[in-house]
Design a protein around this ligand. Structure first.
Ligand SMILES: *Cc1c(COP(=O)(O)O)cnc(C)c1O
Length: 370
């Protein structure tokens, strides 16, 4: 087999939107205004509307979005934040940068999202917030999480970096907690042509504080109220994102069609397929399967020209970054096991059904089931 199927074909997306992206670029260059201008303000309004939110603040990237939310909530040294044991390391880094302590909680085995039934046992008098991640584009099981948070006086901060447009009980991510962080890293479902991120919330005071922190702790030029940062969504990225946001729902629908195809074509294969909870409508940022024969399968798919990735090969708490801290020794066997067994198949709005079928054929062949 000689099919060459990339893990994600970003170029195909950009050639589809070529003229819109060119027009966005020209608008910004012609305006000669590159930071905190009309494109950023317009995108913030459009993305807030997309999420159903009152406020959106464009920032430099998803990590900064998470970090600014924590800072704006005055969560810092001495405080604890509950995070999934199984997530991209940025979730953890935001907490660590804020000076607070990460408290990992294991996932549900079927969805890989944080297990709400394990959260209460992880709460201490120092706990300030729960930070669920909508991993792979599927909303975490938010109803019990929000219920625990309300009862225990905690904030809920959504890490929605992989879940633009996903819904839980009909509500879009971004509106499922007190505040949410999005990333517009190029490979995300809504990706810029560089770095970008946003904070979304209905809390006006929080939004105001995030905006101030993102712009040198300033609300008014040269008046600095706090030790802020420089992390803003620039005009060029905002203009590109406005063009791409118009296609997000249809591109997410194409991802869902691929996921549906994989689920039906791989039903008999010796891999564990993704499980979607009734309340959730995922946007399939990733299509993650689980197999104890991962190395063998990846070798076979690579030989067939199919791009496969692993999300994530090392749990955040096992990375060198956290060596010597208490979380490095903590027990999270499921995150450890998943890191050894998960692999992500190609998925994206520009993968064709025919390509998905080739991936399935190659996977069946690798597993000896086809
Ligand atoms: C991508 C990602 C982030 C960080 O976003 P950046 O824009 O790369 O900083 C945070 N959390 C999760 C779950 C992500 O996938």
């Amino acid at each position: 087999m000689t099919a060459v199927i990339p893990f994600l074909d970003i170029a195909a997306g950009h050639s589809e939107l070529r003229s819109e992206l060119d027009a966005a670029y020209r608008r910004v260059v012609d305006s000669s205004w590159f930071i905190l201008g009309t494109e950023c303000a317009a995108f913030e309004g459009e993305f807030a509307q997309f999420c159903g939110a009152q406020h959106c603040i464009g920032v430099g990237n998803g990590l900064d979005a998470l970090h600014l939310i924590l800072r704006a909530m005055d969560i810092g040294p001495g405080d604890e934040v509950i995070v999934p044991s199984n997530t991209f390391i940025a979730t953890w880094l935001a907490v660590t940068h804020a000076g607070a302590t990460v408290v990992p909680v294991e996932p549900v085995e079927t969805t890989h999202n944080i297990d709400p039934t394990l959260i209460e046992a992880a709460i201490t008098p120092r706990t300030r917030a729960i930070m669920p991640v909508h991993l792979y584009g599927q909303p975490a099981d938010m109803a019990p999480i929000v219920e625990i948070a309300a009862r225990r006086g905690l904030k809920v901060i959504e890490d929605a970096a992989q879940a633009h447009g996903a819904t839980y009980m009909g509500t879009r991510t971004g509106m499922l907690g007190d505040a949410a962080a999005f990333s517009f890293y190029p490979g995300k479902n809504l990706g810029a042509l560089g770095d970008g991120g946003a904070v979304v919330t209905n809390d006006s005071a929080l939004a105001d504080r995030v905006r101030e922190l993102s712009n040198y702790g300033s609300r008014q030029k040269y008046v600095h109220e706090s030790i802020g940062y420089n992390t803003r969504l620039d005009e060029l990225q905002a203009a590109f994102l406005r063009a791409k946001l118009r296609h997000l729902d249809s591109w997410n629908a194409r991802r869902a069609a691929i996921a549906e195809r994989y689920i039906s074509r791989l039903a008999g294969a010796d891999v564990v397929l993704p499980v979607v909870i009734d309340a959730a409508q995922p946007v399939w940022h990733l299509f993650v399967v689980r197999t104890s024969k991962r190395e063998q399968v990846i070798r076979a798919l690579a030989a067939a020209g199919i791009g496969v990735q692993i999300h994530y090969p090392i749990p955040a708490g096992r990375s060198s970054a956290y060596a010597g801290t208490s979380v490095a020794q903590a027990d999270y066997p499921l995150a450890d096991t998943l890191s050894r067994e998960v692999m992500s198949l190609p998925i994206g709005p520009h993968l064709t059904i025919e390509q998905a079928d080739l991936v399935c054929d190659a996977l069946h062949f690798a597993l000896g089931s086809g």
